[in-house]
Write a protein that binds this ligand. Structure first.
Ligand code: SF4
Length: 355
């Protein structure tokens, strides 16, 4: 077994064993990493061309009932500034975003009890009615099968719920006892069953993570077969017990992006804000390693800094129009183009036939 054989196997068979993934992550050389990057970029270009989809992120609440150990807005953090947007504010963000060309709105927040099914279905169905040509993505944590279903029926199309880690022991170290590894996995399968375009994902370099747990993440991605996968480096938050842990590695995150692109050529794969936080050119590098989505922030500027999951988050001061201009320029500088398209998941075979 050597790294090149494993890279070629992932490219041709879209899978590998846990041992092979772990071996590759542990032993990949700079030259092999470049080979992997080129293959991943070529694969993304074959499926999406040089187009990069944009998603307008609206951070609707910094209130959360959970206490994930790594998170800056965990409930026990008394220093966190709590806010929640009103329905009117959310609609205002959508209006602003629509005018800027966004055709996907991502409503993201902590697990905030205020946003009951009744409140959320009202918001989702209003956005659906006012913007029938837009995709609505939700990222509101675990809610239960019936709740997910109601929101889907109200007009939501996609749901992002990072699995965080596919290793139970690791999950239990990062989360308090009340949170369940099984329930998180079950939620993801429910979302798929209901018909959402579903996004899983994990942090790279989180405390206690090993190459073996990352290999399990890759196996889980294959098993769940999500339409989207959000991965970004772990970045510590000053008000958590992990404040002194180092951030996840840029290089390892990029390697994983490339592996995931080869594993599932048509997956929607964002170059995350966290990637842009650990390196000024992180998002550009993400795209060059096989990512095809960026998520500029449409949240009201006065609340940006309060949605503080990790320290030093970029773009907390810019207005949405500035964000899109900046990202558009960044993408152009590497030969890519931002597109104002819903950017739905489309199975690879269909896309290639359409081209
Ligand atoms: S990671 Fe999500 S669920 Fe966990 S505390 Fe933070 S906002 Fe809440």
């Amino acid at each position: 077994m050597n790294c090149i054989d494993i890279i070629e196997k992932i490219e041709s068979e879209h899978s590998a064993s846990k041992e092979e993934y772990a071996f590759l992550l542990k032993n990949i050389s700079a030259g092999e990493r470049e080979l992997l990057r080129k293959k991943a970029q070529k694969t993304a270009l074959n499926v999406f061309g040089n187009k990069v989809f944009i998603r307008g992120l609206i951070e609707i609440s910094s209130v959360c009932k959970n206490d994930c150990r790594y998170c800056g807005i965990r409930k026990s953090n008394r220093n966190a500034v709590r806010y929640r947007l009103t329905k009117e504010q959310i609609l205002e963000c959508c209006k602003n975003g629509y005018g800027l060309g966004f055709r996907t709105f991502v409503l993201q927040g902590g697990e905030d009890g205020y946003f009951t099914d009744e409140v959320m279905t009202d918001i989702v169905s209003t956005v659906r009615k006012e913007y029938p040509d837009c995709a609505i993505t939700l990222s509101l944590g675990e809610r239960g099968y019936q709740s997910f279903k109601k929101l889907f029926e109200a007009g939501a199309n996609r749901y992002l719920l990072r699995h965080e880690t596919a290793d139970m022991e690791h999950y239990n170290k990062l989360h308090p006892n009340e949170m369940s590894f099984e329930r998180r996995r079950q939620s993801l399968f429910w979302l798929k069953e209901i018909g959402y375009q579903t996004g899983a994902g994990f942090m790279v370099g989180s405390p206690y993570q090993t190459f073996e747990t990352l290999a399990e993440d890759l196996i889980f991605i294959k098993e769940l077969n999500p339409e989207m996968c959000g991965i970004g480096p772990f970045i510590p938050h000053k008000d958590t017990e992990y404040r002194n842990y180092p951030s996840g590695s840029l290089e390892l995150t990029l390697t994983l992006l490339s592996i995931i692109r080869l594993l599932k050529p048509d997956i929607l794969l964002p170059a995350t804000t966290a990637l842009g936080t650990v390196d000024a050119k992180g998002r550009e590098m993400g795209i060059l390693h096989g990512a095809n989505v960026v998520m500029p922030n449409l949240s009201p500027a006065e609340h940006r800094a309060d949605y503080s999951l990790y320290d030093n988050k970029i773009c907390t001061g810019d207005e949405a129009a500035e964000c899109i201009k900046c990202l558009s320029g960044r993408m152009k500088s590497i030969g890519y183009q931002i597109v104002t398209d819903r950017g739905d998941y489309c199975p690879n075979e269909r896309k290639q036939k359409d081209v």
